[in-house]
Design a protein around this ligand. Sequence first.
Ligand code: NAI
Length: 261
Amino acid sequence: MSVEGKVALVTGASQGIGRGIALRLAQDGFDVALADLDFQEDKGLAVAQEIHDLGRKAIFVVADVSSRADVFAAVDQAADSLGGFDVLVNNAGIAQVKPFLEITEEELDKIFKINVNSVVWGVQAAAAKFAELGHGGKIVSAASIAAIKGFPILGAYSATKFAVRGLIQAAAQELAPLGITVNGYAPGIVGTGMWDLIDAELSKINGKPIGQNLKENVDSIALGRIETPEDVAKVASFLAGPDSDYVTGQVLLVDGGMLYN
Ligand code: NAI
Protein backbone atom coordinates (compact mmCIF):
# COMPACT_ATOMS: atom_id res chain seq x y z
CA MET A 1 0.00 0.00 0.00
CA SER A 2 1.40 3.38 -1.01
CA VAL A 3 1.38 6.59 1.01
CA GLU A 4 1.36 8.62 -2.22
CA GLY A 5 -0.56 11.85 -1.62
CA LYS A 6 -1.29 11.13 2.04
CA VAL A 7 -0.78 14.07 4.39
CA ALA A 8 1.56 14.26 7.39
CA LEU A 9 2.11 17.10 9.86
CA VAL A 10 5.52 17.23 11.54
CA THR A 11 6.10 19.59 14.49
CA GLY A 12 9.48 21.14 15.21
CA ALA A 13 10.24 20.60 11.52
CA SER A 14 12.42 23.64 10.77
CA GLN A 15 15.63 21.89 11.77
CA GLY A 16 17.19 18.79 13.27
CA ILE A 17 15.24 15.55 13.58
CA GLY A 18 11.94 17.15 12.55
CA ARG A 19 13.44 18.40 9.29
CA GLY A 20 14.93 14.94 8.66
CA ILE A 21 11.57 13.25 9.25
CA ALA A 22 9.70 15.74 7.06
CA LEU A 23 12.11 15.18 4.17
CA ARG A 24 11.98 11.39 4.57
CA LEU A 25 8.17 11.37 4.62
CA ALA A 26 8.17 13.49 1.45
CA GLN A 27 10.53 10.96 -0.18
CA ASP A 28 8.10 8.23 0.88
CA GLY A 29 5.30 10.06 -0.98
CA PHE A 30 3.59 12.12 1.74
CA ASP A 31 2.62 15.75 1.30
CA VAL A 32 3.92 17.44 4.42
CA ALA A 33 2.88 20.31 6.69
CA LEU A 34 5.73 21.67 8.78
CA ALA A 35 4.99 23.36 12.11
CA ASP A 36 7.42 25.39 14.18
CA LEU A 37 7.76 28.58 16.23
CA ASP A 38 7.47 31.95 14.46
CA PHE A 39 11.20 32.76 14.63
CA GLN A 40 11.88 29.51 12.77
CA GLU A 41 9.70 30.45 9.79
CA ASP A 42 12.55 31.16 7.34
CA LYS A 43 14.16 27.81 8.07
CA GLY A 44 10.76 26.10 7.84
CA LEU A 45 10.06 27.69 4.47
CA ALA A 46 13.45 26.45 3.25
CA VAL A 47 12.48 22.90 4.28
CA ALA A 48 9.15 23.36 2.46
CA GLN A 49 11.11 24.33 -0.64
CA GLU A 50 13.24 21.18 -0.34
CA ILE A 51 10.01 19.17 -0.24
CA HIS A 52 8.61 20.99 -3.30
CA ASP A 53 11.87 20.10 -5.06
CA LEU A 54 11.13 16.43 -4.28
CA GLY A 55 7.84 16.87 -6.16
CA ARG A 56 5.57 16.90 -3.11
CA LYS A 57 3.30 19.55 -1.63
CA ALA A 58 4.42 21.30 1.56
CA ILE A 59 3.29 24.18 3.77
CA PHE A 60 4.80 25.84 6.81
CA VAL A 61 2.55 26.65 9.77
CA VAL A 62 3.52 28.82 12.72
CA ALA A 63 2.52 26.96 15.89
CA ASP A 64 3.66 26.78 19.49
CA VAL A 65 2.97 23.16 20.39
CA SER A 66 2.51 24.01 24.05
CA SER A 67 -0.72 25.79 23.02
CA ARG A 68 -3.76 23.55 22.50
CA ALA A 69 -5.32 26.13 20.19
CA ASP A 70 -2.17 26.33 18.04
CA VAL A 71 -1.96 22.55 17.66
CA PHE A 72 -5.63 22.25 16.65
CA ALA A 73 -5.18 25.15 14.20
CA ALA A 74 -2.07 23.54 12.69
CA VAL A 75 -3.94 20.27 12.10
CA ASP A 76 -6.83 22.19 10.48
CA GLN A 77 -4.43 24.14 8.28
CA ALA A 78 -2.61 20.99 7.18
CA ALA A 79 -5.86 19.25 6.26
CA ASP A 80 -7.38 22.28 4.51
CA SER A 81 -4.25 23.18 2.52
CA LEU A 82 -3.07 19.69 1.62
CA GLY A 83 -6.45 18.02 1.19
CA GLY A 84 -6.44 15.36 3.90
CA PHE A 85 -4.84 14.30 7.14
CA ASP A 86 -3.27 10.92 7.85
CA VAL A 87 -0.22 11.21 10.11
CA LEU A 88 0.86 13.46 12.97
CA VAL A 89 4.48 13.47 14.13
CA ASN A 90 4.75 15.15 17.55
CA ASN A 91 8.45 15.86 17.24
CA ALA A 92 8.96 19.33 18.75
CA GLY A 93 10.68 19.33 22.11
CA ILE A 94 13.28 21.06 24.23
CA ALA A 95 16.02 19.92 26.59
CA GLN A 96 16.98 21.43 29.93
CA VAL A 97 20.36 20.80 31.52
CA LYS A 98 20.08 21.43 35.24
CA PRO A 99 21.23 19.78 38.46
CA PHE A 100 18.15 18.23 40.05
CA LEU A 101 18.27 20.40 43.19
CA GLU A 102 18.23 23.60 41.13
CA ILE A 103 15.22 22.95 38.89
CA THR A 104 12.75 25.84 39.23
CA GLU A 105 8.97 25.80 39.07
CA GLU A 106 9.05 27.94 35.93
CA GLU A 107 11.50 25.61 34.16
CA LEU A 108 9.53 22.52 35.09
CA ASP A 109 6.26 24.06 33.84
CA LYS A 110 7.90 25.13 30.60
CA ILE A 111 9.43 21.78 29.69
CA PHE A 112 6.28 19.83 30.56
CA LYS A 113 4.14 22.20 28.46
CA ILE A 114 6.41 21.83 25.42
CA ASN A 115 7.34 18.15 25.68
CA VAL A 116 4.26 16.57 27.29
CA ASN A 117 1.19 18.81 26.96
CA SER A 118 2.00 19.08 23.25
CA VAL A 119 1.59 15.33 22.84
CA VAL A 120 -1.80 15.39 24.56
CA TRP A 121 -2.97 18.25 22.33
CA GLY A 122 -1.55 16.52 19.27
CA VAL A 123 -3.29 13.22 20.00
CA GLN A 124 -6.58 15.04 20.63
CA ALA A 125 -6.35 17.20 17.52
CA ALA A 126 -5.29 14.35 15.23
CA ALA A 127 -7.96 11.98 16.57
CA ALA A 128 -10.64 14.65 16.07
CA LYS A 129 -9.49 15.27 12.49
CA PHE A 130 -9.33 11.55 11.66
CA ALA A 131 -12.91 11.19 12.98
CA GLU A 132 -14.08 14.20 10.93
CA LEU A 133 -12.52 12.67 7.81
CA GLY A 134 -14.01 9.25 8.58
CA HIS A 135 -10.81 7.21 8.77
CA GLY A 136 -8.06 6.17 11.17
CA GLY A 137 -4.48 7.36 11.15
CA LYS A 138 -1.09 7.26 12.75
CA ILE A 139 0.40 9.34 15.55
CA VAL A 140 4.14 9.19 16.12
CA SER A 141 5.85 11.07 18.97
CA ALA A 142 9.41 11.87 20.00
CA ALA A 143 10.51 9.95 23.06
CA SER A 144 14.20 9.39 23.88
CA ILE A 145 16.57 6.98 25.61
CA ALA A 146 15.72 9.34 28.50
CA ALA A 147 12.18 7.88 28.36
CA ILE A 148 13.60 4.55 29.51
CA LYS A 149 16.43 5.59 31.85
CA GLY A 150 16.68 8.73 33.97
CA PHE A 151 19.85 10.70 33.18
CA PRO A 152 21.62 12.95 35.69
CA ILE A 153 21.48 16.70 34.96
CA LEU A 154 18.62 15.90 32.60
CA GLY A 155 16.09 15.09 35.32
CA ALA A 156 13.23 17.28 34.12
CA TYR A 157 13.85 16.24 30.51
CA SER A 158 13.87 12.56 31.49
CA ALA A 159 10.61 13.04 33.41
CA THR A 160 8.92 14.55 30.35
CA LYS A 161 10.05 11.72 28.10
CA PHE A 162 8.91 9.04 30.60
CA ALA A 163 5.57 10.87 30.53
CA VAL A 164 5.47 10.76 26.74
CA ARG A 165 6.02 6.98 26.86
CA GLY A 166 3.09 6.63 29.27
CA LEU A 167 0.87 8.78 27.08
CA ILE A 168 1.77 6.68 24.04
CA GLN A 169 0.86 3.43 25.81
CA ALA A 170 -2.43 4.80 27.15
CA ALA A 171 -3.52 6.53 23.95
CA ALA A 172 -2.66 3.46 21.87
CA GLN A 173 -5.14 1.39 23.84
CA GLU A 174 -7.89 4.02 23.85
CA LEU A 175 -7.60 4.88 20.17
CA ALA A 176 -7.10 1.39 18.72
CA PRO A 177 -10.88 0.90 18.24
CA LEU A 178 -10.84 4.05 16.07
CA GLY A 179 -8.19 2.64 13.75
CA ILE A 180 -5.48 4.92 15.12
CA THR A 181 -2.01 3.66 16.00
CA VAL A 182 0.12 5.57 18.51
CA ASN A 183 3.86 4.97 18.70
CA GLY A 184 7.13 6.76 19.37
CA TYR A 185 10.80 6.80 18.47
CA ALA A 186 13.54 6.92 21.09
CA PRO A 187 16.81 8.32 19.73
CA GLY A 188 20.12 8.33 21.59
CA ILE A 189 22.54 11.13 20.71
CA VAL A 190 21.61 12.90 17.52
CA GLY A 191 23.88 15.60 16.11
CA THR A 192 21.45 18.52 16.24
CA GLY A 193 21.20 21.95 17.85
CA MET A 194 19.77 20.24 20.92
CA TRP A 195 23.03 18.38 21.59
CA ASP A 196 25.12 21.50 20.97
CA LEU A 197 23.08 23.10 23.75
CA ILE A 198 23.35 20.10 26.09
CA ASP A 199 27.12 19.90 25.55
CA ALA A 200 27.59 23.64 26.18
CA GLU A 201 25.46 23.57 29.34
CA LEU A 202 27.21 20.45 30.68
CA SER A 203 30.55 22.20 30.11
CA LYS A 204 29.44 25.08 32.30
CA ILE A 205 28.47 22.64 35.05
CA ASN A 206 31.41 20.21 34.99
CA GLY A 207 34.11 22.44 33.48
CA LYS A 208 34.98 20.04 30.66
CA PRO A 209 35.91 21.70 27.34
CA ILE A 210 33.18 22.22 24.76
CA GLY A 211 32.74 18.98 22.80
CA GLN A 212 34.21 16.76 25.53
CA ASN A 213 30.87 15.75 27.09
CA LEU A 214 29.49 14.90 23.66
CA LYS A 215 32.62 12.88 22.83
CA GLU A 216 32.43 10.88 26.08
CA ASN A 217 28.79 10.06 25.41
CA VAL A 218 29.49 9.08 21.82
CA ASP A 219 32.17 6.68 23.11
CA SER A 220 29.34 4.68 24.74
CA ILE A 221 27.48 4.10 21.46
CA ALA A 222 27.90 0.47 20.33
CA LEU A 223 27.73 1.38 16.65
CA GLY A 224 30.54 3.86 17.27
CA ARG A 225 29.16 6.99 15.68
CA ILE A 226 26.82 9.82 16.50
CA GLU A 227 23.26 9.40 15.26
CA THR A 228 21.92 11.44 12.34
CA PRO A 229 18.41 12.85 11.84
CA GLU A 230 18.15 10.42 8.90
CA ASP A 231 18.73 7.46 11.25
CA VAL A 232 15.73 8.60 13.28
CA ALA A 233 13.70 9.45 10.18
CA LYS A 234 13.93 5.86 8.91
CA VAL A 235 12.19 4.63 12.07
CA ALA A 236 9.64 7.46 12.02
CA SER A 237 8.94 6.60 8.37
CA PHE A 238 8.22 2.98 9.37
CA LEU A 239 5.88 4.12 12.16
CA ALA A 240 4.10 6.58 9.84
CA GLY A 241 3.73 4.11 6.98
CA PRO A 242 1.76 0.94 6.24
CA ASP A 243 4.50 -1.48 7.30
CA SER A 244 3.71 -0.66 10.95
CA ASP A 245 -0.05 -1.26 10.67
CA TYR A 246 0.04 -3.95 13.39
CA VAL A 247 2.35 -1.97 15.72
CA THR A 248 0.86 0.24 18.43
CA GLY A 249 1.81 1.48 21.90
CA GLN A 250 5.51 1.02 21.12
CA VAL A 251 8.49 3.25 21.67
CA LEU A 252 11.18 2.04 19.29
CA LEU A 253 14.76 2.55 20.42
CA VAL A 254 16.95 3.96 17.65
CA ASP A 255 20.11 4.66 19.61
CA GLY A 256 22.91 2.75 17.88
CA GLY A 257 23.02 0.35 20.82
CA MET A 258 23.81 3.05 23.38
CA LEU A 259 21.31 2.46 26.17
CA TYR A 260 22.12 -1.18 26.81
CA ASN A 261 25.82 -0.93 26.01
P1 NAI B 1 16.29 20.79 17.82
O1 NAI B 1 16.43 21.72 18.97
O2 NAI B 1 17.37 20.71 16.81
O3 NAI B 1 14.92 21.08 17.05
C1 NAI B 1 13.71 21.20 17.74
C2 NAI B 1 12.73 21.99 16.91
O4 NAI B 1 11.53 22.12 17.69
C3 NAI B 1 13.23 23.41 16.60
O5 NAI B 1 12.98 23.72 15.25
C4 NAI B 1 12.41 24.27 17.55
O6 NAI B 1 12.18 25.58 17.06
C5 NAI B 1 11.12 23.46 17.65
N1 NAI B 1 10.36 23.81 18.86
C6 NAI B 1 10.83 23.97 20.12
N2 NAI B 1 9.84 24.36 20.93
C7 NAI B 1 8.72 24.43 20.17
C8 NAI B 1 7.39 24.80 20.44
N3 NAI B 1 6.99 25.18 21.66
N4 NAI B 1 6.49 24.77 19.42
C9 NAI B 1 6.89 24.42 18.17
N5 NAI B 1 8.13 24.06 17.86
C10 NAI B 1 9.05 24.08 18.85
O7 NAI B 1 16.01 19.36 18.49
P2 NAI B 1 16.12 17.88 17.89
O8 NAI B 1 17.37 17.29 18.35
O9 NAI B 1 15.80 17.89 16.45
O10 NAI B 1 14.94 17.17 18.72
C11 NAI B 1 13.67 16.83 18.18
C12 NAI B 1 12.97 15.90 19.15
O11 NAI B 1 13.75 14.72 19.34
C13 NAI B 1 12.75 16.50 20.53
O12 NAI B 1 11.48 16.11 21.03
C14 NAI B 1 13.86 15.88 21.35
O13 NAI B 1 13.55 15.81 22.72
C15 NAI B 1 13.96 14.50 20.73
N6 NAI B 1 15.25 13.85 20.94
C16 NAI B 1 16.43 14.44 20.52
C17 NAI B 1 17.63 13.80 20.76
C18 NAI B 1 18.95 14.38 20.35
O14 NAI B 1 19.98 13.80 20.71
N7 NAI B 1 18.99 15.48 19.61
C19 NAI B 1 17.67 12.49 21.46
C20 NAI B 1 16.40 11.99 21.86
C21 NAI B 1 15.23 12.65 21.60
